[in-house]
Design a protein around this ligand. Structure first.
Ligand code: SAM
Length: 205
């Protein structure tokens, strides 16, 4: 099944009441690693793309100005309940990660946590993230990917039929998204499920 915004709006409205309860413990260590890898500094501007229920907000340090954007009003409503975040300015808004409503170079850091595996067009989402981060700024990615050389096994393809219905694609390659983008991998660490999930920091040229 191909992901679509219509499906994502529907499925994440269903996820919203239980997302934190069901998944937060599982994602916690990877999420913490991603937020630490960003090495946020006082006064930096941060964009959290596909912020969902705002599980990343607790890792922001005081002095950060954060903007969170998500397609799902239901997920954002959960994020709003996590405000205020001590010492941070946080703006939450509905929008599409594939057409970010921000000027070029608006942010010091852009987070793509668990969203490249979800949006219909991950290459476009990544290109948008690169566009809105300033030259020399960082992009932080925490997500699951296929390794470059691997073809998805029959089992994995079958599992993906269910996964996509639940709102995520387990068979995407990061290299397909990075192709042609003006950014370089600064760090790449294996994370959950034996490295199926990864935490990367990329620097925009
Ligand atoms: C798996 S959740 C991850 C949420 C959050 N980033 C986290 O780390 O917990 C994926 C999120 O992406 C959002 N999403 C899906 N398609 C989107 C799109 N086209 N634009 C923006 N957000 C989208 C969903 O509504 C959902 O909140």
């Amino acid at each position: 099944m191909k992901m679509s915004n219509t499906h994502n709006r529907f499925v994440y409205a269903l996820w919203s009441p239980v997302y934190d309860i069901v998944l937060e413990r599982f994602f916690a260590s990877g999420r913490r690693d991603a937020m630490q890898a960003a090495r946020l500094c006082d006064g930096e501007t941060v964009c959290l793309v596909g912020i969902g229920t705002g599980a990343d907000l607790r890792y922001l340090r005081p002095g950060i100005r954060a903007t969170g954007i998500d397609l799902s009003e239901a997920m954002l409503a959960k994020a709003r309940r996590k405000l205020p975040v001590h010492g941070c300015e946080v703006d939450l808004r509905v929008g599409d990660a594939q057409a970010l409503p921000f000027e070029d170079g608006s942010f010091d850091v852009v987070f793509l946590n668990l969203v490249l595996s979800v949006v219909p067009d991950p290459a476009l989402c990544f290109a948008e993230a690169v566009r809105v981060v300033r030259p020399g700024g960082r992009l932080v990615v925490f997500d699951k990917f296929l390794t470059d050389e691997a073809q998805p096994s029959l089992l994995r393809r079958a599992a993906n039929v269910i996964a996509t219905r639940l709102g995520t694609d387990i068979n995407r390659r990061l290299t397909d998204m990075l192709a042609g983008q003006d950014c370089a991998v600064a760090s790449d660490q294996p994370s959950l499920l034996g490295g199926m999930y990864r935490v990367l920091v990329l620097k925009r040229g």
